[in-house]
Design a binder for this molecule. Sequence first.
Ligand code: HEM
Length: 519
Amino acid sequence: MASVLRERSASASIPAYTADAPGHIAVPSLFAVAPETTAWIWTTVAIVAALLILEQSVYRYKKAHLPGDKWTIPIIGKFADSMKPTMEGYMKQWNSGALSAISVFNIFIVMASSNEYSRKILNSPNHAEPCLVHSAKQILCPDNWVFLTGKVHVEYRKVLNTLFTRKALGIYVNIQDVITRKHFKSWLEDAAKDPSPKPIMMTCRDLNMETSLKVFCGSHIDDVAAKEIGDRYWDITVALELVNFPLALPGTKVYRAIQCRKVALKHLENAAAKSKQAMAAGKEPECMLDHWVRTMAEPGYKGRKDFSDLEMAMVVFSFLFASQDAMSSGLIYGFQHISDHPEIYRKIVEEQERVRGGDPDRPITLEMLDDMPYLRAFVRESMRVKPPVTMVPYKATKAFPISENYTVPAGSMVIPSFYNSLHDPEVFPQPDELQPERWLDPNGSANQNPKNYLVFGSGPHKCIGLEYAMMNIALVLADAVMLMDWDHVRTEKSDKVQIIATLFPQDGCLMKFCPRARA
Ligand code: HEM
């Protein structure tokens, strides 16, 4: 081989113009290179070839017998698919096996589609921990509590659980009701000016953002600050792609998201300081921050007390981050599902009339929400059919023997799917059909198989805000059916899903609103 290389180098090294006889075509200068350059080229080719062979061998070794492509696309793997994910693409992967393999940029990924394996990943903190997309750490700050794992995470969560007790939810419900009614008033004013159907994607996001900020911070955040955060928050949503440009340089999505976080944290830190002052002055708690400060001051409280303004701000920011897209998705599909099912709409209205005693202006309380079993069943079912979050990436921290005959290699990504558990025909007959009634029978298979309801995950990182989230979606829809008549304008894209961190109807859900006639 070496002699072949030498020979070729020797002939190629003759300068083209001296070796050329008249009438001959000139040898392209590409070949007219020094022997050492040619050796360098061949060495590079050999190294690259060896690396490519190694890449394929490692992939095939890790994949073992799992379904998945036999060969991975060199270097990028399934990167193109991950840039524009589709439900069809995911389904194809999930349907290929309870465990299946792919690779993206040499990150080896095991996808779990069955309930058993998905739950095993979520409930094996000694082998796997959440692995948010790379940009999440840059956006949330690496020292945000959401990146904690193990015992410290459990301890931190214990404190935060106090923010979602029934007592706390009782404070939040009134704020949610007031903000929701304010937004509906403005939706109706806009509709009166221009009655053409409009996508509700952004209007729902705005409603969620203001509700969250006022529930979390009350009057400690003013309207200007809330608007500034709301206006810029989309920059964060779009930066949550699986793979982003690695450096947060000006002009990149991650850079813009980081600027949004800086603005938000400044306002939230300020709100935490004001809350501490208000509670020290003996005021009544009126939001989550107040409730937190007051709880820490209670004589029986045994948890950690020394949370700085910045730490409290980072917690609130983590809640915004975790909830904004998922809540918007849940709410938009709630609107769409009610409009597309007149029978369900009729039952929800009947229940509302009963609970409110015919008075749509009566503010909603926790007790009233308790008395709305049909609406709560609908919200559960709506998110089962279209789960806002279809999967959550985890990372194997060590070799993870997930099944009898397969061990996920340490360092791999493991991605449990929620969709399949939520659409399991054994547990949810006619799984794609919206049937709130399935949740009304305590002995029915839906209620008898709570392990399948993975909308909020499972295990130590299960959604901390799930009660609050369900309550908020129910409350908004309850007010919506009482205060407005709405008409969903269906398009051929209404039932198609787009994935922007969470699921949304591809047409953004086109709605027409008008005030509901009063008796
Ligand atoms: C419809 C709305 C929501 C959905 C579908 C949803 C779903 C989820 C899911 C699937 C997880 C990951 C669970 C796991 O890894 O096992 C999660 C985690 C989390 N969620 Fe939610 N969520 C929603 C609303 C909220 C709200 C309103 C808040 C806060 C107010 C919140 C705060 C969090 C936090 C902080 C985590 C991380 C918990 C931890 O790592 O300990 N979420 N959520």
